[in-house]
Design a protein around this ligand. Structure first.
Ligand SMILES: NC(=O)c1ccc[n+]([C@@H]2O[C@H](COP(=O)([O-])OP(=O)(O)OC[C@H]3O[C@@H](n4cnc5c(N)ncnc54)[C@H](OP(=O)(O)O)[C@@H]3O)[C@@H](O)[C@H]2O)c1
Length: 239
């Protein structure tokens, strides 16, 4: 398939590399391809410049967000920073029309001064906005009524999403939520191709609220396991 990955961050790179390995034609979206290729320093997460990644993954095409979405023949993965995703996706609504958009972004706001901060090994825990009575997934769906939004991948490190067998021989759970059954089926098929066997359909897109709010619990479990950032572990829904 021709699959677009919107984003050049660490999570997006996990999908880009895996999709290419699986034989898909991968089109990557960034704000300004020239500016992205001109970067020579790691980003704030320590992720190396995208040019280095491209050199290790020949055949990947880098475009603007809109051109990447247009190049997809039906499936797009959103890896745009959650706080900026609605705005960036809204301007490419036409290129996303009729397509399935799998969104794994977390609506984190990094710069904030909470009354009761949660200190972490890497600074104050970001806050979620929206939270509780709305979600980023729903905001994206409202902004893109002609696109079928599926929330998935978000409860995991993306390196684990593309390689579930790396934890507990793959015996853990991944979630999907969305309002379009066919789109959720597409997301499920992609997850199966990544190696997932336990994929739980949570139902409508409103369940994205729970998936996004789990971000804090994911961090807490990681800290409990002694990880500074993220973590290599799975969660299993035991029935
Ligand atoms: N990394 C993971 O394993 C993981 C796991 C679960 C959830 N998430 C969430 O998924 C999202 C993406 O994560 P990530 O690690 O792949 O990448 P990231 O570093 O969080 O985001 C990088 C992407 O966001 C774009 N971006 C940043 N500011 C922007 C702005 N003002 N306007 C438009 N685009 C902007 C960047 O565009 P350029 O390409 O132009 O620089 C880049 O493509 C985040 O919300 C993250 O919290 C990540």
């Amino acid at each position: 398939m021709k699959i677009a990955v919107l984003g050049t961050g660490g999570g997006a790179r996990a999908h880009i590399a895996k999709l290419a390995e699986l034989g898909h034609e991968v089109h990557v979206g960034t704000r300004d391809p020239e500016a992205t290729l001109a970067r020579t320093e790691p980003d704030m997460m320590g992720t190396p410049p995208f040019k280095e990644f491209l050199a290790e993954h020949p055949g990947i095409e880098l475009h603007s967000f809109g051109d990447a979405a247009a190049a997809s023949d039906g499936l797009v993965i959103n890896g745009i920073d959650g706080h900026n995703a609605v705005k960036a996706l809204s301007v490419i609504a036409d290129q996303l029309a009729g397509k399935t958009l799998i969104d794994y972004a977390v609506p984190f706001v990094y710069q904030h001064t909470p009354e009761h901060p949660w200190p972490t090994p890497w600074g104050i825990m970001p806050k979620l906005d929206p939270c509780d009575s709305d979600s980023l997934g729903e905001q994206i769906q409202r902004a893109l009524p002609r696109t079928k939004v599926v929330k998935s991948f978000v409860t995991q490190e993306q390196t684990t999403v593309v390689n579930p067998a790396s934890v507990g021989a793959g015996d853990h759970t991944m979630f999907v939520a969305g309002d379009d059954t066919g789109a959720k089926q597409q997301a499920t098929e992609l997850l199966r191709s990544y190696g997932w066997t336990d994929i739980l359909d949570l139902g409508p897109l409103v369940c994205a609220r729970g998936m996004e709010m789990y971000a804090h619990m994911h961090s807490a479990i990681g800290f409990g396991l002694g990880h500074q950032f993220g973590g290599h572990f799975g969660i299993k829904v035991v029935r």
